[in-house]
Design a protein around this ligand. Structure first.
Ligand SMILES: Nc1ncnc2c1ncn2[C@@H]1O[C@H](COP(=O)(O)OP(=O)(O)OP(=O)(O)O)[C@@H](O)[C@H]1O
Length: 453
């Protein structure tokens, strides 16, 4: 696997030559480009000379240990990912390393495929970001979105999107507000053969009835009061590319008829003209509304619905793919820091916990806004719990008090209990695992999953 047409570069740091060599062989076989360092000092020297995608470091090393190296990397190289390698006896130190921002840890003697899997995940994530960065790079060169996922449902949705992109069929994207429907439409456009041409979004709810038609079809000079010159519409702007009709559920019935005709015939007439213009475009539409209900209520034409939805893609809400929160949090943290030229070195544990637990009724848009706010309000590189916005109660819970899903409740109770037991066991993992009646490995997984610090 390559990033930006260059190999994925890993720096392996270990003072044991044998283990260093084993790792080097294993990772080379997995397609990585490897450099090695026999000490943390040598590693820092190499990191100053060239860029790497990942550092794999032993924890126990003479002179400077893995944790100190991790701190130095955080200081000098910001978000560079670090995986800590540790022996069984030192797992508590691995927990400490995770607290200091290590990406993951690996226990010497465990199945090496586990480590390869973690590395492939990192590679996959970076590839996904990189894959889009060329075409949708934000002004500061940071990718504008991330679609890596650990969620099976979302993975299926991505797969459908990729396959649908290869054809020219009309696609309807459904999902709550803020789940990323427009981002998905852009992604489909990029994966299609039309990617070199324009992606033309139209936010249909933003226009009054007559204005929406003129926006879409264009108009001749004098077609209506205020039409002081001839203007091409969005259908024509999208020729060769993709037309994205956002909030299609808000289009008035009378306009739906005209759109249906244009989409079926791939020809339009500008307002005030009889000339029929051929328009070749790919159509993607989106709405947060329940169109079946809108049809029943007489607000949406059934024939228009079927025309738009040759393929329907239903994007799950963020609360049902919480396993993707770490990826998204990491992405928005880096993006906001870059955009606002702020460096964050520490996040209060309670903030991380909140970010991992919260249900996000406003979906990815809300997560993005919360993180941007936290980064902007950070002081001396620290993000504080007190700077979280006052979260309004979730409108979906209205009238039901603070009801949350049973699964969430279970997670919360379990996390609190584990935290309490860890406290009484002086944060001794082995002891806490014994008290809880689970293996140390299970406990460690829960600690990382729940963001317990
Ligand atoms: N996968 C993603 N990666 C990065 N940013 C994302 C992602 N998905 C959504 N966002 C951000 O969240 C915000 C909402 O995304 P988008 O407009 O695509 O959602 P939407 O479902 O179309 O919302 P609405 O229904 O309100 O139009 C945007 O600022 C977008 O940049």
């Amino acid at each position: 696997m390559k990033i930006n047409n260059r190999p994925f570069r890993v720096l392996v740091v270990d003072d044991e030559p044998d283990y260093r060599e084993v790792l080097e062989l294993m990772l080379k076989e997995a397609g990585c480009q490897i450099e090695t360092a026999a000490s943390a000092f040598e590693a820092l020297d190499k990191l100053r000379k060239r860029s790497f995608d990942l550092v794999l470091t032993d924890l126990m090393m003479a002179g400077m240990d893995g944790i100190e190296l991790l701190e130095k990397i955080r200081h000098e190289h910001g978000a560079l990912k670090v995986i800590i390698i540790t022996g069984y006896g030192t797992i508590e130190n691995a927990v400490a390393a995770m607290k200091k921002g290590a990406y993951s840890y690996f226990i010497k003697g465990n199945d090496p495929d586990e480590l390869i899997k973690v590395i492939n995940n990192i590679k996959g994530g970076d590839m996904e970001v990189q894959e889009h960065s060329d075409k949708t790079a934000a002004p500061n060169d940071f990718p504008s979105f991330v679609l890596s996922t650990n969620n099976d449902q979302f993975r299926k949705v991505m797969d459908i999107a990729k396959r649908a992109a290869q054809s020219n069929v009309n696609i309807l994207i459904l999902g709550e507000s803020g789940v990323g429907k427009e981002i998905f439409a852009q992604y489909i456009h990029q994966c299609s053969s039309r990617s070199a041409e324009s992606f033309v979004p139209v936010h249909c709810q933003a226009f009054a009835e007559g204005l929406l038609e003129s926006e879409l079809f264009g108009h001749e000079k004098g077609a209506f009061t205020g039409a002081i010159e001839r203007r091409k519409g969005r259908f024509e702007a999208a020729i060769g590319g993709t037309l994205f009709l956002d909030e299609v559920g808000d289009i008035p019935l009378s306009t739906q008829v005209k759109l249906l005709r244009a989409i079926e015939n791939r020809r339009i007439e500008r307002l005030g003209s009889n000339e029929s213009i051929p328009v070749d475009f790919r159509l993607i539409s989106a709405t947060h509304k329940d169109l079946t209900q809108e049809i029943i209520d007489g607000n949406f034409r059934e024939d228009f619905f079927y025309r738009l939805s040759t393929i329907t893609i239903d994007i799950p809400p963020l609360r049902s793919r919480k396993e993707d929160l770490p990826i998204l949090i990491d992405f928005f943290m880096k993006k906001s820091q870059k955009e606002h030229n702020i460096i964050v070195t520490n996040i209060e544990p309670a903030v991380r916990r909140f970010l991992l637990y919260y249900d996000y009724p406003g979906n990815i848009r809300e997560l993005k806004n919360i993180i941007e706010r936290l980064v902007v309000l950070s002081r001396d590189g620290v993000i504080y719990y007190g700077d979280l916005p006052e979260i309004k109660s979730d409108p979906r819970d209205e009238g039901q008090g603070n009801i949350i899903h049973l699964r969430e409740m279970r997670r919360k109770v379990e996390a609190n209990y584990i935290e309490k037991v860890l406290g009484t066991c002086n944060h001794n993992i082995s002891e806490a695992a014994r008290v809880l009646g689970i293996s140390r490995r299970q406990l460690f997984n829960k600690i990382t999953d729940y963001g317990i610090k």
